[in-house]
Ligand binder design. Structure first.
Ligand SMILES: [Zn+2]
Length: 435
């Protein structure tokens, strides 16, 4: 049976090569950029041309090159009035939902199929906002994330390229189900809930088996879990260590949701690759961040959003409200301290808490926390690409990389609000927005 299948697949591959063989012409697009920030962190240049061939960047040339030099069919996209940079990357989103004025009540009302369709809509909004790559760090059903990731990768629908997580959490932790009666809690408890190092080793293997590109753990309690167990450390040191060893040995990175300092520090000591939120990072955390080279993914917009919701809506239980007001208010100052001390920052929003498509608002909050526009752009491109191990193919506009390119009218280096109004989006060489 297996051999039969193999032969069939080999046959298909041959047929495909035959069809494409011969005179397949390269698909060339040339972008004329009024100002180009090819490599965030280095100076932008005026009057540049980006040559895109078959979805990849072929070259960047000074001046506005003539398309005819690149073949009869070479297309030109005129962004001479614009500012052009690499597609932005959001390292923390939840594309399978969005918190509304009534909380996440949809979770209980909507079919799995509707959730799937909704996530297609959110993925599109995210792409149109200029975010060409995201890490999808959790959904009530991981298979929703993997299906969306695969559908986009296969070109069935337009959306950002997705690095999707598998969640590993202790019983009753932030990644476990909450806020329902006991029999429903039992029914919806995921197989990747684990307790003790060996069980967590199993959970990591299980998450990867079913499709996880990255492991997301909940090292501490979380704001939106309906429990009064706080935001302190919830995974034990031995569990953390086992999770890192297992994930890393299988070629996966680990992202840790963490608010309280002791949970941040325990995850960093165990060798985590990124801390999500990091709301109470302290002096010890900063030392550990710098020693290990782990990234902080600040998600300031999530803090800002839950504070607003705690004040303006009434879906939050008293337990959630208390945490929202406290943690939300404390995030910015800790971010400011960590960033000033030289902790590596990768851009991330926790969108799904905030509205999809408004991801760039995070940049304005980062600026409020003392970060310079160029550093913010770098966090959303070069740093993010490094965090997901894709620096060789994403994060800058340089020969050989994926043609993930965005454009806007003014320079975000002068006015960051320009990021909120992206006019041009190209992903893998396909212009999906050009207004
Ligand atoms: Zn999140």
């Amino acid at each position: 049976m297996r051999q039969l299948l193999k032969n069939a697949v080999a046959g298909l591959a041959l047929a495909a090569t035959g069809a494409l063989g011969g005179a397949a012409l390269a698909d060339v697009t040339i972008i004329h950029a009024g100002e180009l920030l090819a490599v965030p962190g280095k100076a932008a240049k005026k009057e540049q041309s980006v040559i895109v061939e078959d979805g990849r960047i072929k070259a960047v040339e000074d001046g506005y090159v003539d398309a005819s030099a690149y073949g009869d069919d070479a297309k030109v996209i005129d962004l001479k009035d614009g500012f052009v940079m690499p597609g932005m990357m959001d390292m923390h989103v939840h594309l399978q939902g969005e918190l509304g004025p009534n909380g996440d009540s949809e979770t209980l009302r909507w079919s799995s199929e509707e959730v799937g369709m909704h996530s297609v809509h959110f993925a599109n909004k995210t792409l149109m906002a200029g975010f060409t790559t995201v890490r999808n760090l959790g959904s009530s059903s991981p298979q929703h994330m993997y299906a969306l990731r695969n559908a986009i990768a296969r070109g069935w629908i337009d959306g950002p390229r997705i690095v999707a997580s598998g969640g590993v959490s202790p019983t009753g932790g932030h990644g476990d189900v909450d806020g329902m009666r006991h029999d429903l809690l039992e029914k919806y408890t995921a197989k990747t809930i684990c307790n003790g190092p060996y069980d967590c080793r199993r959970a990591v293997r299980e998450a990867i088996k079913y499709g996880a590109d990255v492991i997301k753990i909940t090292a501490t309690g979380g704001v939106l879990s309906d429990t009064d167990t706080g935001t302190g450390q919830q995974m034990a040191d031995d569990e953390l260590k086992e999770i890192m060893d297992t994930a890393h040995s299988l070629g996966r990175k680990v992202a840790a949701h963490a608010h309280a300092a002791e949970g941040i520090n325990a995850a960093l000591r165990a060798g985590v690759d990124s801390i999500e939120h990091g709301s109470y990072a302290d002096a010890e955390s900063i030392k550990l961040f710098k020693k290990s080279g782990a990234y902080l993914v600040p998600t300031l917009i999530a803090g800002d959003t839950v504070v607003g919701m705690a004040k303006s809506s009434n879906f939050m239980s008293p337990a959630i409200k208390e945490k929202a007001l406290r943690v939300g208010a404390d995030m910015l100052s800790h971010f400011e301290t960590a960033h000033k001390a030289g902790v590596k920052i990768a851009f991330g929003t926790d969108s799904g808490v905030s509205q999809h498509g408004t991801n760039a608002r995070e940049a304005l909050l980062m600026q409020k926390g003392g970060m310079k526009p160029m550093d913010i752009l770098k966090s959303a491109t070069v740093n993010a690409a490094d965090l997901i191990n894709m620096s060789d193919s994403l994060g800058t506009i340089e020969a050989g990389k994926h043609a993930d390119i965005i454009g806007m009218h003014g320079s975000p280096l002068e006015n960051l609000e320009e990021l909120m109004d992206v006019d041009f989006v190209m992903k893998a060489g396909k212009a999906v927005k050009n207004k």
